[in-house]
Design a protein around this ligand. Sequence first.
Ligand code: NAD
Length: 330
Amino acid sequence: MTILVTGGAGYIGSHCVQHLMSHGHSVVVFDDLSTGYERFVLSPHFVKGNTRDKALLVKTIQDFHVTAVMHFAASCYVGESVNEPGKYYGNNVYGTLQLLDAMRETKVSQLVFSSTCATYGVPQTLPLTEEHPLNPISPYGKTKRIVEMMMEDYSLAYGLNYVALRYFNAAGADSTGKLGEAHEPETHLIPLVLQTATGKRKNIQIFGTDYDTPDGTCIRDYIHIVDIAEAHRLALTYLTAGNSSDVFNLGTGHGFSVREIIQACEQITGKPIAVVEAPRRPGDPAKLVANAAKANKVLGWKPAFGELTEIIRTAWQWEQQVTELPSLSR
Ligand SMILES: NC(=O)c1ccc[n+]([C@@H]2O[C@H](COP(=O)([O-])OP(=O)(O)OC[C@H]3O[C@@H](n4cnc5c(N)ncnc54)[C@H](O)[C@@H]3O)[C@@H](O)[C@H]2O)c1
């Protein structure tokens, strides 16, 4: 089986490539390196290109005899999507439309898609199940929901078989030290806190300390990157076994507040972390926690790195090493 991985030079995509290759799959990475890094491309097969280039996608699928696709390539900053929605509709929606048409033209019908808990919007009930109403509030979340709807329609019209995985907060790094989180700018809490521990940042801002949560700060569900990679592998196995298209949450079901994350990072790094309290950001729900029972039951997926300490320990290992690198040049 040869798998085309779009966005395979990015944080989550590169970990999935490594995981798939370690399970004997042949992988072709397709990435424009807009936010990813060539040094993260672990497969010998790399095509530098943008998903909006359908002809290049078709050629890549044909040249490498691709049999399935995992689609990570996207713009993924919630805040930026509010200020630059056109970039998000262009890259995430139009880029995916080109990919779906390239798959249709080449008769590749299996697709695993990176969706997000941002498709739910503000939770009405917790933990969030796949049945929760879908009311995304940011352009980013809306583009992911639109792609889910496009896949539903392509499935009915053209026989596309897809799995959409709605991740909660991806975190951590693989244990080999080759890969880790390196977004520019970084917006995710755990790397930001750890960069404060290394001295790369002066302090960590807590946006909102008056939420209706036990310590007043937002609660999120953090999931280890290798567990996400394993869910992709299982989703592909599910599709190749002939099962029908579906959507699954990926989370641990445990929520941690911003203050709890900071405390855990202080314990693991042994360093004090300076905190600045700031007002709430618009659009941040107090609590987002997954019910991932469906992925467990149907895909047989169970997080192996369920402990927060393991997530932070691997992220810290990576963060210390990355500060010693001259640069992460693309
Ligand atoms: N990080 C999270 O916590 C999280 C949570 C939910 C969903 N997701 C989704 O997971 C996916 C990967 O996220 P990430 O954190 O690894 O981001 P990332 O920015 O590290 O990776 C995205 C990769 O896609 C590439 N890319 C972007 N647009 C492209 C295009 N049009 N054509 C080709 N390559 C393109 C980038 O160069 C990069 O390598 C995204 O689809 C994101 O929306 C991430």
